[in-house]
Design a protein around this ligand. Sequence first.
Ligand code: SF4
Length: 440
Amino acid sequence: MSLDSPARGCRDTPVLKERGQREVFCGLTGIIWLHRKMQDAFFLVVGSRTCAHLLQSAAGVMIFAEPRFGTAILEEKDLAGLADANTELDREVARLLTRRPDIKQLFLVGSCPSEVIKLDLARAAERLTTLHAPHVPVYNYSGSGIETTFTQGEDACLAAMVPTLAATKARDLLVVGALPDVVEDQCLSLLAQLGIGPVRMLPARRATDLPAVGPETVFALVQPFLGDTHAALIRRGARHLPAAFPFGEEGTTLWLWAVAQEFGISRAHFDAVTAAPRARAAKAVAAHAETLNGKSVFFFPDSQLEIPLARFLARECGMTPLEVGTPFLHAAITGPDLDLLPEGPVISEGQDVDRQLDRQHAARPDLTVCGLGLANPLEAKGHTTKWAIELVFTPVHFYEQAGDLAALFSRPLRRKALLTAPIFRPEISRGPGQSPGGQP
Ligand code: SF4
């Protein structure tokens, strides 16, 4: 494995820390992909009509008769402390579990309103677990916009499960982070071809597949926003395998190689297994790199994918990151990507949105990656943008998705080029005596 590191990466770049107003979705958003992944789980948001509207409109789930999430709406009397919200919650949960025997795991998800009235959902989860054991464990985490940003919901959800996982002394690989099923299958297939196993996943598709964890467990993250889950697994004695994230041909190869080395796989076997998918990924990325090469990119903090994606765009697509903003910077998690990201961009953590908009305006990047709330105003000012939320909703990990990942960034630039190209006006052939408009 040749690791072509830049002369200086960004691991030691001083970080611009900002703690002002931020423009990001709350952690409830994670339910949209988690409910698809965990097929026997139910997410019960204890929140307001605003929370219900966010989920229904973001997920477009009204068409499903039996969705795997819902909102227990706190009414005015709950918020005013005139009703015992715990009693109502117990009743709603009992009704739900009686009506839906397919539910095998229940998550009580806190929101801004439940946090403001200090509803103790951790105690509620303990009480409900006792009531509904052993059929349905009840977990609790917060997706509140006061406490969490967009992708922190998944982190909080997985971190809530870790203390309850069974103990093991087996030497397992645990792959941590929700992947679409088709991508998870590709990951498992590559690991199986390499001869690595047993491999367990967190989250698991079903409660019966939940992994056990212990001192011989080694875990590799596939999402960079899992700081709390990382800490919870280490508290259980598991060991983290630091690696670049599996975005693009290079990131995927480095991630797999980190795992392969841990399990004693030879370089020759590794190359034999990965050669064909690497070549496919490199070819797919190259088709989009033609558009991206030489262009600059500016990341607002949103999904926490920003650092690995900046590495991918700089090294595989020839782009120049000007600023890489991230809500939180966990050097233990994104350090290998920071090592590879060539020195140059401002690395910022947190947000003070007005100041960052000023920097973005001065930098005039060719492409700006940001949340939905900022994209439309920036487009109106002539900037080309990419919605960060698409990077989470689109399958982008591992070799077979590398071209799709590059396409997410090249498409807005191509569209901009088409819109600003001179309009083609065909010459109309004229007969003798006709005016230029074709009229006699
Ligand atoms: S949790 Fe807070 S930010 Fe999120 S939808 Fe509910 S009220 Fe809005």
